[in-house]
Design a protein around this ligand. Structure first.
Ligand code: IPM
Ligand code: MG
Length: 355
């Protein structure tokens, strides 16, 4: 029996509800694949600030580094929006990513055939879309110095070093080798020096991957192409802020942001989380869609633990629940046979695994 230690960071808003469903599904897969998970909970975000005065207590970093992987819910909410920046939940998350060194953020956008009508785009445009956004996560304008704010001026700096670009580029090319072998690197090299460096370095790294086709695209055009003809993309490689924006856009190809998982990977422990936020407006009502988090647990099994069979079981169970017409509220208008609560859909997926 393979045993794993999983740090659970449930966070704020709908975080606890959706992580609970992912745990339910992990436990189902544990009993049928002969795995064992030990969970340790840790605090981050607004809930951590309320209890400790710090959105990222040191203990959370320690617990995470002592585990095999981190499963994360969501953080933030209006309640904490007026705190000084370093006390805000988002600052806790950014520091966490930095401390863990998770530089590669993988955000797959895959359109489920079952939900083809859920997207605002026409079915023929999105059928078969399978994109992997590879977003650099611990550099760029989110972390660049100098930054600051006076009464009349605010400034941030977009910085990338050669080594930061090299490591994320290798990551993207390696992923592409296991997919359709195409990388489109997204930048703003017509305006930004940092992007010109990005483009030059990505091109240099590509020489080591002759089997992968590299193209470059400006970010504004990429935003347009994503809705015009998304099937042209296989791997989209990009920096921190462009990746943040484009991955939200890509999620809409799939119908609901409540479906999309992510993996944040570095040299230490990986973090697995839905790409959506904490949705405080619907927290506690049992209507949140837990599929993005359940799917993140599947990515955790695949990327962090190498338990591919267990990951396949989760992915298949999600597809089966969707094909049978089980839907949470966000997708209720789209071919739903039954509208389920957060915990009902979690149980349905868990039961398909057990069978
Ligand atoms: C994301 C989120 C975060 C980000 C926020 C909450 C700091 O939007 O993970 O995409 O901008 O990276
Ligand atoms: Mg985002």
């Amino acid at each position: 029996m393979n045993k794993y230690k999983i740090a659970l960071i449930k966070g704020d808003g709908i975080g606890p509800e959706i992580v609970d469903e992912a745990v339910k599904v992990l436990d189902a897969v544990a009993s049928c694949c002969d795995l064992h998970f030990d969970y340790e909970e840790a605090l981050m975000g607004g809930c951590a600030y309320d209890i400790t005065g710090d959105p990222l207590p040191q203990e959370t970093i320690t617990t995470s580094l002592n585990s095999d992987a981190v499963l994360f819910g969501a953080i933030g909410g209006e309640k904490w929006d007026n705190l000084p920046r370093e006390k805000r939940p988002e600052s806790g998350l950014l520091r966490f990513r930095k401390e863990l060194g998770v530089y590669a953020n993988l955000r797959p956008a895959v359109v489920y055939d079952e939900l083809i009508n859920a997207s605002s785009l026409k079915p023929e445009i999105i059928k078969g879309v399978d994109i992997m956004v590879v977003r650099e996560l611990i550099g760029g304008i989110y972390f660049g110095e100098p930054k600051g704010r006076t009464e009349d001026k605010g400034w941030n700096t977009m910085v990338y070093t050669r080594s930061e670009i090299v490591r994320i580029a290798h990551h993207a090319f390696k992923i592409a080798q296991k997919r359709d072998k195409r990388v489109c690197s997204i930048d703003k090299a017509n305006v930004l020096d940092v992007s010109q460096l990005w483009r030059d370095v990505v091109t240099e790294v590509s020489a080591e991957y002759p089997d992968v086709e590299l193209s470059h695209m400006y970010v504004d055009n990429a935003a347009m192409q994503l809705v015009l003809n998304p099937k042209q993309f296989d791997v989209m490689l990009t920096g921190n802020i462009f990746g943040d924006i484009l991955s939200d856009e890509a999620s809409m190809l799939c119908g609901s942001i409540g479906l999309l998982p992510s993996a944040s990977i570095g040299d230490k422990i990986g973090v697995y989380e839905p790409i959506h936020g904490s949705a405080p407006d619907i927290a506690g009502q049992g209507i949140a869609n837990p599929i993005a988090t359940i799917s993140s647990a599947s990515m955790m099994l695949r990327y962090a633990l190498g338990e591919n069979e267990a990951a396949d079981k989760i992915d298949n169970a999600i597809k089966k629940a969707l094909s049978k017409g089980y839907r949470t509220q966000d997708l209720a208008q789209f071919d739903a046979k039954e509208v389920c609560s957060t915990s009902e859909i979690g149980s349905i997926i868990a039961n398909y695994i057990a069978r």
